[in-house]
Design a protein around this ligand. Sequence first.
Ligand code: IMP
Length: 436
Amino acid sequence: MIIVIIGSQWGDEGKGKVVDLLADRFDIVSRYQGGHNAGHSVYVGDQAFVLRLLPSGIIHEGSTCVLGNGMVIDPIAFFEEVDQMTDKGISITPERLKVSSRAHLIMPYHRALDHTSEERLGNEKIGTTLRGIGPTYEDKAGRRGIRVADALVPEVLKQRIERNLEEANRVIVLYGREPLRSDEIFEEISALAERLRPFVCETSHFFAQAKKENKKILLEGAQATLLDVDHGTYPFVTSSNPTAGGASVGAGIPPHHITGVLGIVRTYMTRVGEGPFPSEMLDAEEDTANLIRERGNEFGSVTKRPRRCGWFDAVATRYAAELNGFDSVALTKIDVLDALDEIKVCVGYKIDGERVDTFPAVSQDLRQIEPVYETLEGWKSDTVGITNIDDLPTKAREYVDFLSKSIGVEIGLISTGPERDQTIILKDSVMEGWFN
Ligand code: IMP
């Protein structure tokens, strides 16, 4: 069984908890795109883990974790995270952590270029995480990137750094920054590459073997559908493909081996960074946005940036469901809405007075959207920690059913709090089967 798990919005939908719940049912958990721009929070008892590069499965001693070829890996951040996890008592060995030899490395000059690129864009900036993600994918597409396998051969690494840095330094100096030194970068990265060597693996072969042995594999998307470089709110997107198709390419697994796709849908929307957000709560709804931000702890788990908050957008989420082919949905953070009198759902868009029910491609259109809302009554009672669907207030159940109908996919799991056991799994759902 191979399941892909994907955020349906602009990220931070609560994937970390759901992956963590599923992880001990799976033998292997793998990431397939992105890098340490992600930040998954997982709470186990009184311990909080923030995972950036490592798949959430790393917390379960029984899972093997893979960093797939579609990822961009900052070796400095990688070992920081490995060391932090080790300090928290998690055993990280090459037997249980595999890094693709084909993944690309984020180099110190990529971080510098992420800064200069945002500076150049000024008011039109993307609001990136400044981790060097975009520039590393640019080098990958430009066929000058440095892959993990290249870094293991010192002469190749040295020559690539010198060649790429010559170009990068021109831009870095143009923006008034100190040029970087290739000997220093080489020294630092070659030492880290040596430390990385035991973890390096031909991961697509590893997956092919695992499939033959009927192992259960979970492919964990980072960022989310609306941040996908092809399908998201371009250009306000990340530089990789979090959507289901990206899982096949980025893990090196044939598409027809994938058994199912699980969407993570939050009961409201958030976005970090710039870019269009049709159902955003603007000034008139600032109090509601603040309430949701506080109750939902909607601050970046890595960058601590406050997230922009908005009402559930059925148009955007239906688009995500179609695009990824969600077989089932995990609905998260229902408890965050407990205090609201009324809950709005964006059921359509108007552009220049015309009703539009599909998600437009042009970011200019997205900015001009007038959302069409339907208002539902709030349930005004505590849902925190509920584990049985029959215990959910009627109005909360109506809200769940409304969302499920509006996106056209079953809701198989409802999360009622950050802890593992604050979860409802719906009987006879596709999702229930994945838990068995
Ligand atoms: P980058 O991935 O750092 O290039 O940033 C591009 C866009 O994706 C920015 O708007 C970021 O805020 C957003 N982004 C990147 N990673 C995440 C994430 O894990 N959660 C939410 N937004 C993200």
